[in-house]
Design a protein around this ligand. Structure first.
Ligand code: GLY
Length: 253
């Protein structure tokens, strides 16, 4: 179960964020409202939410998941792969020290985005992507090993991040989309296959036995409910315009 979340408000310059989505520019005012609703959804799952102010130096900084990996016992400050996002991690150590005694760091030439890291119990799957390189993954695996956890790598073909197409929602249930559907690594899970026209909802978010699902993906919502979960719909349309999903908007631990 998670107790805490950290989020960062969107900044006005989010309109300059990195994107491949071709859905137009995000509406900042609408994004602020959607972000408030997201925070309320996290609170309704029982989390204490620390809300950081928007940081106009970094248009993508609301996607705070990418700058750290938070386990039960320790945190790891990542080294984001996109150059325009690299220094988003500055200041995170002080913030994480409020919660953790042990904080590690991924160091250059290693790069790693938190969006490429999926926790399944004591094991962490790490996507090798345009953002996360083998060196970054190796550093994380060493940190995990030293702390009695484990990690393994999953090479990505087309996805931005590992969790763009995979979400572990506990109880052995895994949402799976696209290039991950036939990967033998995931055969042992009860896979919930996400339809191509609902691909964005493959990034849904388990929190304390509820699952946040992006608004507008009824087939995925139904599948998750059929697996036994209460779902909470959250509108993330403005973040989707920047390739961001539900998990990208918080650190949970
Ligand atoms: N716009 C979010 C990202 O590309 O990392």
């Amino acid at each position: 179960m998670f107790k805490h979340a950290i989020v960062r408000k969107p900044c006005a310059d989010m309109v300059k964020g990195i994107t491949s989505a071709k859905l137009g520019k995000p509406d900042f005012e609408k994004a602020i409202l959607q972000h408030n609703s997201y925070v309320n959804a996290l609170k309704s799952c029982g989390l204490n939410v620390k809300i950081l102010e928007g940081n106009n130096k970094f248009p993508d900084s609301t996607f705070i998941e990418d700058v750290a990996i938070c386990t039960k016992e320790f945190a790891v400050i990542s080294n984001p792969g996109a150059l325009s996002r690299r220094d988003e991690k500055d200041g995170m150590k002080t913030i994480l020290e409020e919660y953790y005694k042990n904080i590690f760091e991924i160091l250059f030439p290693g790069t790693l985005d938190g969006g490429d890291v999926m926790m399944v119990g004591n094991h962490y799957y790490i996507g090798i992507s345009d953002r996360t390189n083998q060196e970054g993954a190796n550093q994380l695996i060493q940190i995990l090993k030293k702390n009695n956890l484990s990690g393994s790598v999953i090479p990505l073909k087309t996805m931005l991040h590992l969790k763009t197409g995979l979400s572990y929602i506990e109880n052995n249930n895994l949402l799976v989309y696209g290039e991950f559907v036939n990967m033998p690594e995931f055969n042992k899970y009860d896979r919930i296959i996400i339809d191509a026209n609902e691909a964005y909802a493959a990034n849904s978010l388990w929190i304390n036995n509820k699952v946040l699902v992006p608004k507008g993906f009824p087939k995925t919502k139904k599948k998750i409910e059929k697996a036994g979960y209460i779902t909470i719909e959250v509108d993330t349309s403005e973040f989707r315009k920047l390739d961001g999903g539900l998990s990208c908007l918080s650190l949970r631990f």
